[in-house]
Design a protein around this ligand. Structure first.
Ligand SMILES: NC(=O)C1=CN([C@@H]2O[C@H](COP(=O)(O)OP(=O)(O)OC[C@H]3O[C@@H](n4cnc5c(N)ncnc54)[C@H](OP(=O)(O)O)[C@@H]3O)[C@@H](O)[C@H]2O)C=CC1
Length: 724
């Protein structure tokens, strides 16, 4: 819509850009505006300054004031700090876009990839006070006049994306939509890290980057990052959106910012009596649409015919074939009608991206969180820093509205990590600091974050009340965080496993009793590992003295040599390697890849490997021979003092633990990282407590299965471990 009062076409275009209501429209008008002003967004470092100079329009001034204020923050060092960094951000959801803004302010060249070509998500997000403050600082109100007017503390995902997209573009971020990230292209001699895309001839495929941020949502987690499950009792979420025609009658209907069964038994009982619908909780927000999110009881879904057949497995239960779509629409409609007192007139479903009524049913029984927030890859001497933000870092429970608040916190924390990277800090320190900060994320609530919103910046100390940037030490991210190319690349290239296998076969060929046919079972006797070592460091091992039947001895010999001389930590004990039913293939690929990289590429030591002492008694081999000199004694579990292997360890508070040791003293349930506080004042007893992050869920009636009847211990609230 052109501005009637303006005669300057660029002013008109600016007005249209500010008002644009679809992703495509924003991109098109922005490109016209740039063309008209003859500014090139690819010139990302000076783009914003040039745009400001050439768009000398009073209506744009308030926008520049806001963005200038943000950009001048000392953390960004005038956009110099990351001027040499190139960042690829996957996902143009709110978290990807918010991260991209920070990276651009740090001076980095930022490209965002998004596989969707429109912003079509009607669902509405609850905003914590700090996010409202933050978005106002990015001129949200300028782009969306209704932004958080009055007491409103929510926004539709679509509107939020539009605001953030506009800010991104103004700051020189390249946002590519309709393009899917399919994996990485490893550096060759001349080129750095690049992305494999669909469509494969997309120009963004030429972009070389040293930072990769995944903000691809809950279903996209790059390979190499491990996820943990949080399992609760069955929780089935339903979201639905109805058209909002903004009539007087609709304006009058009161929102429900969250009502849980335990707080309002009568409401839910009446709902059940009147409609047969049985809910745990419900939220209703009014935005572009009338948005409802509720948690329904399985029994009522079965009774009302929404779910056709009962299964204990949640995936089967909610599989498309087992859901009657018409009955689901009726269920959602009736619940919405009842909870708004039948005052919403003429309710009509809004459409989702597929043009269908916007109703969806989700399983919240099991939610995921990544074990690590960061990784570094290295190939051909080129390092790639990787980070996760948003739902792919921690999946939130939507009815609680924690998603976007923690999503933005992670975006800031990630930007802080990239800042350290840009400053050239050793990468182990960068990772250790990021992991230290990540431990706080699941614990954050509006109450325990700083209230000085005006001071919030990417510096974690401005946001978290008690942040210890050194709670994870650099040595603890060693090996877990550097994952070399084969392991990493393997997700995207079927051939990568084969290349590794061929390399192993080539270098173990001709050895008696060694026949490498695969990347797991063939390694059980330890002879193949010893053969591999012998090929590259002859005379260290007397191969003829090794017995095939003495697998523990052989494996331990190889493990010790590789650890002591090449710094490659064993991934399991020699006994596990020898006797476990099935050797985990990915773990072995990880281990063998490191051996490959050490021998094949970098050969860090010119001196031959020296044979360590291993208990040679073949009848009764020592399952855990003592560590050779030079091996860090830090690799012990803090609680049981036994050796802790990479794949079984948890590191926190500067200490290592076996996963199995990190349990509730009272009831034995396994504790989660980030789900406790560290009581530093207790001298003899170190108490770990799970924080309040799950308390709300408990209160709301979710995850009550954590209540242990035998010990009367609310594990999620009172988990603790006592060290004698
Ligand atoms: N209340 C609700 O109903 C919902 C709320 N949320 C909330 O939204 C907030 C933001 O979430 P955020 O973490 O930003 O994630 P989002 O899911 O909003 O955004 C991720 C985007 O990345 C896209 N994507 C995924 N894989 C690829 C790929 N390989 N290549 C290119 N693009 C890809 C996704 O497309 P696609 O989606 O097609 O995979 C999606 O558009 C959170 O607070 C979350 O809790 C999120 C979902 C629903």
């Amino acid at each position: 819509m052109a501005n009637q009062n303006s005669t300057n076409p660029s002013h008109d275009l600016f007005e249209q850009f500010v008002q644009a209501q679809t992703c495509k429209e924003v991109q098109r008008i922005f490109s016209e505006l740039c063309h008209h002003l003859q500014v090139d967004p690819r010139d990302y470092q000076s783009f914003y300054t040039k745009l400001k100079e050439r768009l000398n329009y009073w209506k744009a001034k308030s926008l520049w004031v806001k963005l200038d204020k943000r950009a001048q923050h000392q953390d960004y060092q005038q956009g110099e700090v990351c001027a040499k960094n190139k960042c690829l951000v996957l996902g143009a959801g709110p978290c990807g876009l918010r991260t991209a803004i920070e990276l651009a302010l740090l001076g980095a060249h930022v490209v965002v990839l998004e596989k969707r070509d429109s912003f079509s998500r009607n669902n509405v997000l609850h905003l914590w006070p700090y996010t409202i403050y933050d978005l106002r600082g990015l001129a949200a109100k300028k782009f969306y006049g209704k932004f958080c007017t009055g007491a409103l503390d929510h926004i539709s995902i679509r509107q939020l994306q539009l605001i953030l997209l506009k800010v991104c573009l103004l700051l020189g971020v390249e946002v590519q939509t309709g393009v899917e990230f399919k994996g990485f292209v490893e550096p060759s001699g001349a080129t750095g890290w690049m992305a494999k895309l669909f469509p494969d001839n997309h120009p963004a495929g030429k972009f070389q980057f040293d930072v990769f941020i995944s903000a691809g949502g809950g279903s996209f987690v790059p390979y190499g990052f491990k996820r943990k499950e949080l399992r609760g009792k069955l929780a089935i979420g339903i979201t639905c959106n109805f058209l909002n025609r903004h009539t007087a009658a609709e304006t009058q209907v009161a929102e429900i910012s969250g009502v849980a069964r335990i707080y309002n038994q009568k409401f839910f009982q009446d709902l059940l009596t009147e409609t047969g619908i049985d809910l745990e909780n419900i939220v209703y927000y009014k935005d572009d649409t009338h948005y409802f999110v509720m948690t329904a009881k399985k029994k009522s879904l079965l009774k009302m015919g929404v779910i056709k057949q009962d299964f204990s497995d949640a995936d089967k239960l909610l599989a498309q074939v087992n859901v009657d779509q018409e009955a689901l629409l009726r269920y959602a409609y009736d619940a919405a009608q009842f909870s708004t007192g039948h005052c919403l007139p003429d309710m009509q479903f809004a459409q989702n991206h597929a043009g269908q009524p916007d109703v969806a049913m989700f399983d919240f029984t099991c939610m995921h969180r990544a074990e690590n927030a960061s990784l570094v890859r290295e190939r051909k001497g080129k390092k790639l820093l990787m980070g996760l933000v948003g739902d792919c870092l921690v999946e939130p429970f939507w009815p609680l509205g924690t998603g976007i608040a923690r999503g933005f916190l992670a975006a800031f924390d990630t930007a802080w990590m990239v800042r350290s990277w840009g400053k050239g800090r050793p990468h182990m320190e960068v990772l250790a600091e990021r992991e230290s900060i990540y431990q706080l994320l699941s614990q954050t609530t509006p109450e325990n974050t700083s209230k000085k919103y005006s001071a919030f910046s990417i510096d974690p100390a401005t946001r978290y009340q008690h942040v210890n940037l050194n709670s994870v030490k650099a040595f603890q991210v060693k090996n877990i965080n550097i994952i070399y190319s084969f392991y990493f690349y393997s997700q995207y290239s079927v051939g990568a496993f084969e290349v590794l296998l061929k390399w192993c076969q080539q270098h173990t060929a001709g050895y008696d009793r060694v026949n490498v046919k695969d990347l797991n079972q063939s390694w059980r006797s330890g002879l193949a590992l010893c053969a591999l070592i012998n090929t590259f460091r002859p005379r260290v091992i007397d191969m003829s003295s090794l017995e095939e039947s003495n697998a523990v001895y052989n494996n331990q010999l190889a493990f010790n040599l590789l650890e002591r001389e090449l710094g490659i930590l064993p991934i399991m004990s020699a006994r596990e390697m020898s006797f476990m039913g099935q050797i985990d293939k990915l773990s072995m690929v990880h281990y063998l890849t490191q051996i490959h990289d050490a021998f094949n590429e970098r050969t860090p030591t010119k001196a031959p490997l020296s044979a360590p002492k291993v208990n040679p008694d073949p009848v009764n081999p020592d399952p855990e021979p003592s560590l050779a000199p030079g091996i860090s004694s830090n690799e012990e579990c803090y609680f049981c003092c036994q050796r802790v292997y990479v794949l079984e360890r948890i590191s926190t508070e500067g200490k290592l633990f076996h996963r199995s040791c990190f349990t509730c003293h009272q009831c034995g349930t396994t504790l989660r990282l980030g789900g406790y506080t560290f009581n530093q004042h207790t001298v003899t007893n170190v108490i770990y407590r799970v924080q309040m992050s799950l308390l709300n869920l408990l209160e709301a009636g979710f995850f009550t299965r954590f209540y242990n009847r035998t010990t009367s211990c609310y594990c999620t609230v009172e988990h603790h471990v006592t060290v004698q």
